[in-house]
Write a protein that binds this ligand. Structure first.
Ligand SMILES: Nc1ncnc2c1ncn2[C@@H]1O[C@H](COP(=O)(O)OP(=O)(O)OP(=O)(O)O)[C@@H](O)[C@H]1O
Length: 367
């Protein structure tokens, strides 16, 4: 019965069983959609050095998998084996059920978007010509290419009337990166591979492009494999993370699973320095509802206070609650549906956050 409810909504009768629900959410994993990428036993050696060692995973359509790990752990090598830029020594990659070795590498790559840190725009092509490269190679209708190019550039904050005719050297690094993203999306491939796509950008541009990335309609249904060594970026963008060390996947799971159920000491240590901030990014208001004391409130107050959905993260709630305010203990409403709204003050939220984290830890120890 409880599992049929949307996240964050619990019937009163479920009260005594609320604690295990927090745990259940930690263990919930990948989607059950059909696999679009299936990797088995993938290995690559250079001389005596095994840089990717027996890696396997299955990716559902629409999923974003982040390959995370320290420098030199094999992320780029693994990514490049997915579009045959590097051939493995062992193992297989299947895309939509067929072994990629049965396709010519250049044909395979036209069907898989690829975004890299160095962007790799063609310097003597205009922005519009760069975006149009793959659809042109695929023989798409020129009018359709032009319409899509204009739409993509506009969506990525590069209005075509201003930027379409410019050359890459006339653009900033962030603008070039946006053109790189538009180019990867131009032929509407179902799969996009991204290698440190935001790595060369300053923190503000990086945050802005990451926000666009999350909100971009064109990316919504794509299956994405993204390489990064930035933990916060991985947690922000991933459905699942494959954390690598020495070419071996140390753990593959949701950000919650890696944070709250680390498979080994390497995984635990990897997130240690940013643990608090990651917990605030991973836990949602819905996880805290059971720890917030219900108070009677006037419905009329709801419209006067800021509100956030129960799916908002603790970080988003803290951002909302710590804006300059006249009130010593500001509050907001957590909206669960059109009828139910739970008021919470900043101090209640902090207390509930502490209790939620503690309860997850406690439940683990008791297992
Ligand atoms: N062509 C090559 N010849 C020999 N060694 C290589 C080659 N390409 C990569 N390596 C080695 O393989 C290991 C993994 O490299 P890879 O670029 O996949 O790591 P990475 O995790 O992407 O690192 P980074 O985050 O620094 O980009 C490194 O030790 C690297 O030196």
């Amino acid at each position: 019965m409880v599992s049929n409810l949307p996240p964050g909504q619990f019937p009163d009768s479920a009260l005594p069983f609320r604690l295990p629900l927090v745990l259940l959410r930690v263990t919930s994993s990948a989607s059950s959609s059909p696999a679009i990428i299936r990797v088995r036993g993938l290995s690559k050696r250079y001389g005596n050095h095994t840089v990717v060692n027996d890696v396997g995973f299955t990716l559902a359509a629409g999923e974003t998998l982040v390959l995370l790990g320290p420098s030199g752990c094999g992320k780029t090598t693994l990514l490049k084996m997915l579009n045959r830029l590097i051939e493995p020594d062992a193992g297989t990659v299947e895309v939509n059920g067929s072994d990629i070795r049965t396709q010519k590498p250049e044909l395979l790559r036209r069907g898989i978007g690829y975004v890299i840190q160095q962007v790799g725009l063609l310097p003597h092509y205009t922005v519009a010509e760069n975006v149009a490269v793959v659809p042109t190679l695929l023989g798409h209708n020129p009018a359709d290419i032009s319409t899509r190019t204009t739409a993509l550039l506009t969506r990525l904050h590069l209005p075509a009337e201003r930027y379409a005719g410019q050359y890459p050297s006339q653009l900033s690094g962030g603008q070039q990166q946006r053109v790189g993203l538009a180019r990867a999306l131009a032929a509407d491939p179902p799969i996009i591979l991204m290698d440190e796509p935001f790595g060369a950008l300053d923190p503000i541009t990086r945050a802005a492009i990451r926000r666009d990335f999350r909100e971009l309609e064109e990316l919504r249904n794509k299956t994405i494999v993204l390489v990064t060594h930035d933990v916060a970026e991985a947690f922000e963008l991933a459905d699942r993370i494959a954390l690598l060390d020495g070419g071996v996947v140390q753990q593959l799971g949701t950000p919650r699973e890696l944070l709250f159920r680390p498979a080994n000491d390497f995984v635990r240590r990897f997130f240690e320095a940013e643990r608090l901030s990651l917990q605030m990014q991973v836990l949602q208001l819905s996880d805290l509802l059971i720890f917030i004391k219900s108070t009677n409130h006037q419905q009329s107050l709801a419209s006067a206070l800021p509100s956030l959905p129960a799916s908002a993260t603790i970080r988003e709630a803290l951002e909302a609650l710590t804006r300059p305010s006249e009130t010593p203990d500001p509050q907001l409403f957590i909206t669960q549906d059109s009828v139910n709204a739970q008021p919470v003050t900043l101090s209640q939220l902090m207390l509930a956050f502490g209790e939620a984290v503690q309860s997850i830890k406690t439940t683990r120890v008791e297992e």
